[in-house]
Write a protein that binds this ligand. Structure first.
Ligand SMILES: [Zn+2]
Length: 428
């Protein structure tokens, strides 16, 4: 009964948001040519309010988590920008498709994961577009997102599931997250970042769950992206949201960030180094734009947590990185760093540290391998993550040459007896 009631309530909420979104779209189309692209619209803040209405106690739990995060932020400097890609989050992408064009290719999916890594580690080529006053506070998270190698049943996977649905467009009601409702059930949220890619109604580009330890979030935790706006540059996503940055934005919410304008006039995003803004920005503004304090460098409209076009977003700040890293230090996100989801089947991890790979990341794609153990070097293989097919490289002289291969995440795998060591390479 409660569940039924909940969905009825959710339906009302969705209707309200839907009506708002349609209104916004109609308003937009009256001042633009019919061929104009949709305005960026993220459903996270509305969705988050709905969840709090549906689940009494959730708001309080979130406030407790916020207090814990603030305590961590005030007590450690270890959360700031990192140059090492020290931690890895296994990712599963659930493609829930209505027709063939919604069923995105594996390479398009991998390209968006690559863009995610690029953006979170500030390896993006367009950092030059960050206005000078903001460059000193640009942050690197030191994190890697990797499509899972192992599924929850301990079977090998390439980190992508495909599910045919009879639903021609989803809303904020989370149906894409349940097999019984035309979607695909979540993989254990403590082990995987779940991303659902499907058709969304009402011009929504995506929405995300914020971190919270409530059991009510166990079956819905993750990120949802409209298939049209999923994919890295040049892979067929719809302009002007065709560089994969809708995912960058929504994963920001998933890791605890709010919109940079705090969802209200000069609102608070709980980050000190992001200027307060009166509202969101659209399109590609020219610098500077006014913010809420005339003495500052202006609004940071090029932040990933604003609403500008993909090609005009290019920065997370140190403060945002510290906030995300502090959420990664608390439940429920902390468990992701110990997930078996990226460990290959049938192998344990080589314990000894005796392998050094450098430079990593590398722009040229040339990686040098140092180890005293000739057998380990002999065992080296390079896996190309987009295809999950072992490439026939050799590690002769300890040089891995990926110069002819596209930018992305690769794996260097060493075997010794029945043990395995995996080193992730990033070519950018
Ligand atoms: Zn958002």
């Amino acid at each position: 009964m409660m569940r039924y009631l909940s969905y009825a309530l959710l339906g009302l909420g969705v209707y309200y948001l839907t009506a708002t979104a349609i209104w916004a779209q109609v308003q937009f189309s009256t001042v633009n040519a019919p061929s104009s692209p949709v305005k960026r619209a993220c459903g996270t803040s509305g969705y988050s309010q709905l969840q709090e209405e549906l689940h009494p106690g959730l708001a309080e739990q979130r406030q407790q988590l916020e207090k814990e995060v603030q305590r961590i932020l005030n007590n450690t400097s270890a959360l700031n920008s990192k140059t090492q890609l020290a931690n890895t989050i296994p990712v599963v992408v659930h493609v829930v498709y209505y027709n063939a064009q919604d069923s995105l290719s594996f390479s398009r999916i991998q390209s968006n994961i690559t863009q995610l890594n690029v953006d979170y580690n500030r390896l993006n080529f367009d950092t030059v577009l960050t206005p000078n006053p903001f460059r000193p506070i640009a942050g690197r998270m030191g994190i890697q997102f990797v499509l899972a190698n192992r599924d929850p049943n301990q079977q090998p996977t390439n980190g992508v599931t495909y599910t045919k649905t009879n639903i021609n467009g989803f809303g904020l009601d989370d149906k894409m997250k349940f097999t019984a409702q035309g979607g695909k059930d979540i993989w254990d949220r403590t082990q995987y970042l779940n991303i659902w890619v499907c058709k969304l109604n009402n011009s929504l580009l995506g929405y995300a769950t914020q971190p919270d330890p409530s059991p009510s979030s166990d079956s819905i935790d993750g990120v949802v992206i409209d298939y049209q706006y999923f994919g890295g540059p040049g892979t067929g996503a719809s302009a002007p949201y065709n560089s994969g940055r809708t995912l960058t934005h929504e994963v920001g919410h998933y890791l605890g960030l709010y919109h940079i304008w705090g969802d209200t006039n000069c609102g608070d995003d709980f980050v000190n180094d992001t200027p307060t803004s009166t509202a969101e920005h659209y399109g590609c503004p020219s610098y500077p734009q006014p913010d809420c304090s005339s003495s500052s460098a202006g609004a940071m409209y090029m932040n990933y947590m604003d609403y500008t076009d993909d090609q005009c977003m290019n920065i997370f700040t140190n403060g945002q990185v510290a906030r995300m890293n502090s959420f990664m230090a608390t439940a429920p996100r902390a468990a992701l760093y110990n997930s078996p989801g990226i460990t290959n089947i049938g192998a344990s991890i080589i314990k000894e540290e005796g392998i050094r790979v450098y430079p990593n990341p590398s722009q040229e794609g040339i990686f040098y391998v140092d180890t005293e153990d000739a057998d380990l070097l002999e065992s080296c293989q390079v896996y190309c993550s987009p295809m999950h097919i072992p490439k026939e490289f050799t590690a002769a002289k300890g040089v891995i040459d990926l110069s002819a291969y596209p930018a992305g995440v690769y794996f260097l795998q060493f075997r010794k007896d029945d043990q395995l060591k995996v080193v992730r390479l990033l070519k950018y």
